[in-house]
Ligand binder design. Structure first.
Ligand code: OAD
Length: 242
């Protein structure tokens, strides 16, 4: 049997951005101005009270402009660079809607829950990148069809995540899988670890505490991402790329 070519998939969650000052979901109590996050992150909430939902996302969009990638984001850029230089595959799947992976320099990146920096017209499907206009109570119209209210291009509860076909392809061929800073409770992302394991990949899980979906076969790396991820990347590169 010939060995499969080295193919690494990394799944990140809120924990990778925590050291940049971006609040995690469950750690923050899942609340925003006393609202459950699930109550402001659904299509029904947008229908019922668009201004509440827009204010929530405008505050998250504004907050993004004040944060920077941390050492964990940069270590994953280095991992991608080293793997690609060696002819190996690298795919980073993020549940995060911040833009810190791309600002750090990650190339092969799939935003499965969408992006705060992008807006979407529900009427004509036009997408707009904008992180300049973040006034809390001002809706932005679509420049293409004049629809009055663009929505954030993020995946809300009850909606289908993006890039599921590309993620499935990456998982099918992956030989090594790393889950970083994710509590492993929101599906389908929480199922990727098991999917990778079942397809024969070696698996690592990095977070403050052992996530719900981690099993005995996963190597658990405890600690803050900004410290633990650079160490882990250095160790894996030394092991894989001798
Ligand atoms: P959570 O807030 O559920 O989990 C954060 C994880 O990061 C936990 O496992 C923490 O242990 C870990 N963590 C916290 N600080 C860390 C640090 N400094 N270094 C390393 N790890 C740290 O966030 P997610 O798992 O990303 O979905 O949440 C998944 C999804 O649930 C989100 O994408 C969002 C949310 O509802 C949508 O919006 C669709």
């Amino acid at each position: 049997m010939s060995a499969r070519p080295l193919a690494v998939v990394v799944l990140t969650g809120a924990g990778v951005s925590a050291d940049s000052g971006v609040a995690t979901f469950r750690g923050a109590g899942g609340l925003w101005e006393g609202q459950r996050i699930e109550d402001v992150a659904t299509p029904e909430a947008w229908e019922r009270d668009p201004l509440l939902v827009w204010r929530f996302y405008q505050s998250r969009r504004a907050a993004l402009r004040a944060v920077q990638p941390n050492a964990a984001h940069f270590a994953l850029v280095e991992l991608e660079r080293r793997l690609r230089a060696a002819g190996a595959r690298f795919t980073l799947v993020t549940q995060n809607v911040d833009d810190l992976h791309e600002r750090a320099g990650t190339q092969n990146l799939l935003h499965m829950h969408g992006e705060l920096a992008q807006l979407l017209c529900e009427r004509c499907g036009e997408r707009l990148r904008d992180l300049e206009r973040v006034e809390p109570a001002v809706f932005l119209p679509c420049a293409t069809c004049a629809h009055a209210r663009l929505r954030p291009d993020v995946v809300w509860f009850g909606e289908l995540p993006y890039h599921l076909d590309a993620i499935d392809t990456a998982l099918a061929e992956c030989t090594h899988f790393l889950a970083i800073g994710t509590s492993g409770v929101v599906y389908p992302a929480a199922g990727f670890l098991q999917a990778a394991r079942e397809r024969g990949a070696r698996t690592w899980v990095q977070a403050l505490e052992r996530p719900e979906n981690a099993g005995a076969a996963d190597e658990f790396v405890a600690g803050r991402a900004a410290e633990a991820v650079p160490r882990l990347v250095a160790e894996l590169c030394a092991r894989w790329l001798r």
